[in-house]
Design a protein around this ligand. Structure first.
Ligand code: FAD
Ligand code: UDP
Length: 361
């Protein structure tokens, strides 16, 4: 093993950086983990607010996966609380289950479908065949036609991305299934849980290895010339690493408006999506994540914006051209690994990022 001060400089203490740090430290490597924010856990960070409610500071984070490997890995660092996410869409002031399912269709169109076949037939009668599927409009219209697309996807997507669904990769709206049964859970993965004491506590345990030194409030660019290391694992935005050589890559951000209400519950489910009104996309009520008992409740309204912390890569053709240029730079470096949602410019869920790290290290 090298005699340098650190075997790895890891940039970013989100899932990618922290799981990589733990894996490598457990094999005897010395790690310096540098994070520019004042906390670990990246966008999964949670903490108790001034009203004593555990809140997800960067928007609702629901752990869901079909990977036994990922679930078992994290289970070393946390106990779990069973949690199945439910979302309602507010359309013209009425609430409908989302993803669209049989209940949504029955309520919206005053139908009385009782079987999956009836709903399948209904979709068949309204869908507009699109081939090839080139974008997020195609993928929805091809399944359920224009009316459902316009009601549940078009306006919400425009708010979220400042782009029409026809200007976004099909993978964006394609994240949302269309159902014929009455399953109203947002996800159907085998493992759906919340870390019992929250994400931040779980990260503290992941990072509690004597070989890991953590430096918060520090941009790696400030210290990179002052330390000795063999390799870098970089989980920040890819364009920033190369000082925007080919131009800035757009990342979508969010502004959160926080409100505490003096009532036990504010809404019926964790998140309500405003699909044809408001400037915010959704309201999330944080108490549902932890099942806390309290006389007040804390909610957030999410306002999408371009400026601010990078949260979402924006998957479309134009950006993929730019990403390819940056990735060709990456392939010229042999001691830096780019990994994670910002560094790979991929709309990953948490379990996908963890899965990537576990298969590499
Ligand atoms: P991040 O968590 O973004 O971590 C990267 C870290 O690098 C950040 O902490 C950043 O501050 C740091 N960094 C960047 N540049 C530098 C620098 N120059 N120097 C030092 N540090 C730097 N996934 C799910 O599975 N389920 C969900 O329900 C879910 N909901 C989400 C909701 C929202 C609003 C958002 C934004 C994301 C959601 N995700 C969800 C996705 C999840 O947040 C990501 O998959 C995961 O956080 C990716 O981890 P990461 O380590 O790649 O990135
Ligand atoms: N979407 C939509 N209407 C909804 C829910 C989702 O149009 O009610 C679209 C929208 O473009 C959104 C994408 O589907 O950005 C993915 O939704 P998801 O809930 O996975 O977004 P995230 O939780 O990552 O913000």
């Amino acid at each position: 093993m090298s005699t340098r001060q650190y075997n790895y400089l890891i940039v970013g203490a989100g899932f990618a950086g922290s799981v990589a740090a733990e894996r490598l430290a457990s094999k005897g490597n010395k790690i310096l983990l540098v994070e520019k924010r004042n906390h670990i856990a990246g966008n999964a960070f949670d903490e108790y607010d001034e009203h004593g409610i555990l809140v997800h500071k960067y928007g609702p984070h629901i752990f869901h996966t079909n990977s036994k490997k990922v679930f078992e890995y994290l289970s070393q660092f946390t106990e779990w609380r069973k949690y199945e996410h439910r979302v309602l869409a507010n359309l013209d002031g009425e609430l409908y289950p989302i993803p669209i399912n049989r209940t949504t269709i029955n309520k919206l169109y005053n139908k009385n479908f009782t079987t999956e076949d009836e709903v399948k037939e209904y979709y068949e009668s309204v869908r507009e065949k699109r081939s090839p599927i080139l974008n997020s409009e195609d993928i929805i219209v091809n399944q359920v036609g224009v009316d459902l697309y316009e009601k549940f996807f078009k306006y919400y997507t425009k708010k979220q991305w400042e782009l029409d669904p026809s200007e976004l990769s099909s993978s964006v709206c394609g994240r949302i299934p269309i159902r014929t049964n009455t399953d109203d859970r947002y996800f159907t993965d085998q493992y759906q849980f919340m870390p019992k004491d929250g994400y931040t506590k779980m990260f503290e345990k992941i990072l509690a290895h004597p070989n890991i030194k953590i430096l918060l409030n520090t941009d790696y660019k400030e210290i990179i010339n002052k330390i000795e290391f063999d390799k870098i694992i970089y989980t920040g935005p890819i364009d920033s690493f190369f000082d925007y050589e080919f131009g800035k890559l757009p990342y979508r951000s969010l502004h959160f408006e926080w409100e505490n209400h003096k009532t036990e519950f504010y809404q019926k489910v964790t998140s309500v999506n405003f699909v044809n009104s408001e400037k915010y996309t959704r309201i999330t009520e944080h108490k549902y994540f932890s099942n806390q008992k309290s006389n007040t409740t804390t909610i957030t309204k999410e306002y999408p914006q371009m400026e601010g912390e990078p949260f979402y890569p924006i998957p479309n053709d134009e950006n993929s051209v730019l990403v390819t240029k940056y990735k060709s730079n990456v392939s010229k470096l042999n001691n830096v690994k780019f990994i994670g949602r910002l560094a790979e410019y991929k709309y990953y869920n948490m379990d996908q990022v963890i899965g990537r790290i576990l298969s590499l290290y």
